[in-house]
Design a binder for this molecule. Structure first.
Ligand code: ZN
Length: 548
């Protein structure tokens, strides 16, 4: 058995020769940090943070020793990876950024599935929604890195991530280095030269992947979660230990091994590029995707998530230790792109009898066929998924569109698993919500996602605790993406050496991160360009925020 305390990757070896420790004097608050490290832990809901806080002793414990906003919100309805990451460093909701979902339908697309991926350029010849060309072209707003570079071209932006969309949405179009997990190793845009740090990292990943991994030892803190949950088809989840066969890249991805490799390469790039030691403040974005893959594959209340989060805590400690040795004055912000909901089979056993899986009949093809029958139409009527946006087929004649829409609304609204159906007309007539995010209505949440150019003709919200995965035996057992708070609630944590700690329990939003960092960096943001507000990180009478 492999002990959890043994690091999965030797960070310092991967990052080059150990550097002698330098003394780091706490910087005066007036001096901006030289490096912003923005970490997203994909699917780290506020509930997971609350549930594991007492057990963290490494990098997560360090984050808790800074400024803690435990009640953060991805306030918009689109609690998916791409929209969630797009809010983190742009200060903008999808209504402004255009990142309304991971995938959306473009009714005018020549593609058979009319599906556009958020982080692709579909104009590249030969590309499809499954075999796409990664690109930031859909992001309509600048990131922190873009703004810093505009203010001072010496500023550099570097992104390393377990997913292409998280790298692209946090870094923006001007990344100096951008690397994401490509299935067997870390890849970038075509034609990008591979830095030595990435070459070494990929070699280490290849070696590791080629070897089988024995199961992790279950620490005492995880024992109460060690219970098999039957998901049908002779399968169970809840007792996993991350044992992996040699070469199984999919299992590697849904394990702490993925984040360890991302952190190792990020640390090595900090050293190789001397991030934080140049003329301007640099940005490093780190997308940690293992928590999301673990949550989808095993749910979030079993041994798998417990082992994953304790591994994350330890691997973050190693990452921060490498940053410490550079002597750079860096500030870290850590948050998440969304929360998550455990698999309904376990939720039902543990207090919520109403947790269920979505009715397979609640999909746009089936609903569309029923609507077409009702109205005597032929051909496909509706496009989209079983929640979120739906689009009317562009071939529906103009004279029929209003009655197709009304029939679809009636059919969807009558379904017992549907909470709310909103039309494009209703959403486009609403102002952007301005209340604190915990007080937003379902319509407010949908409005913050609504983008006139990209959003659908209809928006559907499923009822609470309806998991939009009909069959758990095919791969994923649990998910996120709903309008409900278990998917919206995320921690927002700031740490910088010497920063006086405080915990603010009142709610803030992830769109507040960008203006808060901009305040710390004295980076002006013209009024009206973003949705977030600056939050004062100074525990005392001073403030990092500009006068309002
Ligand atoms: Zn995600």
């Amino acid at each position: 058995m492999r002990r959890l305390t043994a690091a999965l990757f030797c960070l310092s070896a991967l990052a080059g020769s150990p550097v002698a420790a330098q003394s780091v004097t706490p910087a005066p608050a007036a001096t901006p940090p030289k490096l912003i490290v923005a970490i997203s832990v994909d699917q780290l809901g506020g509930d997971l943070f609350a549930g594991y806080r007492q057990h963290f002793a490494g990098g997560m414990a360090r984050m808790q020793s800074g400024v803690v906003f435990a009640d953060g919100y991805q306030a918009q309805s689109a609690t998916e990876t791409c929209p969630g990451h797009s809010t983190l460093l742009t200060g903008s909701y999808p209504a402004r950024s255009g990142i309304i979902a991971n995938d959306w339908i473009d009714p005018a697309s020549p593609r058979a599935d009319k599906t556009i991926y958020c982080a692709e350029d579909e104009r590249v010849p030969g590309s499809t929604s499954r075999n796409y060309t990664v690109s930031p072209v859909h992001l309509k707003v600048p990131t922190l890195g873009d703004r810093l570079k505009a203010a001072n071209p010496a500023s550099r932006t570097v992104a390393v991530s377990g997913k292409d969309r998280s790298a692209v949405m946090m870094a923006g179009p001007n990344a100096d280095q951008i690397w994401w997990w490509g299935g067997q190793g870390f890849v970038s845009y075509a034609g990008r030269a591979e830095p030595a740090a990435v070459t070494r990292g990929n070699a280490a990943v290849a070696t590791r992947l080629a070897a089988a991994q024995p199961p992790l030892t279950l620490p005492e803190q995880c024992r109460s979660r060690d219970r098999a949950i039957d998901i049908g088809g002779g399968k169970t989840v809840g007792t996993g230990r991350f044992a992996r066969e040699a070469g199984d890249a999919r299992a590697f991805r849904a394990s702490p091994e993925l984040d360890a490799s991302v952190l190792a390469i990020a640390a090595a790039l900090v050293q190789e590029m001397k991030l934080g030691s140049g003329a301007a403040t640099d940005v490093l974005t780190v997308g940690l995707a293992a928590t999301d893959y673990v949550g989808h594959t095993y749910g979030n209340q079993g041994t798998e998530m417990c082992l994953n989060l304790l591994s994350l805590d330890r691997d973050l400690a190693g990452f921060f230790a490498v940053l410490d040795r550079t002597g750079v004055d860096y500030m870290v912000v850590l948050s998440a792109d969304h929360g998550g909901h455990d698999l309904p089979e376990r939720v039902r056993m543990q207090g919520f009898a109403d947790a269920q899986r979505v009715d397979p009949a609640l999909n746009p093809v089936a609903i569309g066929e029923a609507v077409a029958r009702d109205l005597g139409l032929t051909g496909r009527v509706l496009w989209g998924g079983n929640s979120g946006d739906l689009w009317l087929d562009p071939a529906i004649p103009a004279k029929d569109r209003a009655r197709v829409l009304a029939a679809a609304v009636a059919r969807l609204s009558a379904h017992p698993q549907v909470e709310s159906v909103l039309t494009r007309e209703q959403l486009s007539a609403m102002p952007m919500p301005t209340a604190s995010p915990e007080r937003w209505t379902i319509a407010d949440r949908a409005r913050a996602t609504f983008h006139a150019e990209r959003s659908g003709d209809l928006f559907i919200a499923l009822k609470q605790r309806v998991t939009p995965i009909a069959d758990p035996t095919g791969g994923y057992v649990a998910t996120h993406g709903s309008v409900w708070d278990y998917d919206r609630w995320v921690p927002i944590l700031f740490w910088r050496r010497g920063m006086p700690a405080f915990e603010q329990p009142l709610p803030i939003a992830t769109v507040d991160i960008l203006p808060t960092l901009a305040g710390v960096l004295a980076l002006p943001i013209p009024a009206g360009e973003i949705d977030g507000v600056c939050r004062d990180l100074d525990a005392g009478a001073g403030t990092n925020c500009p006068a309002q």
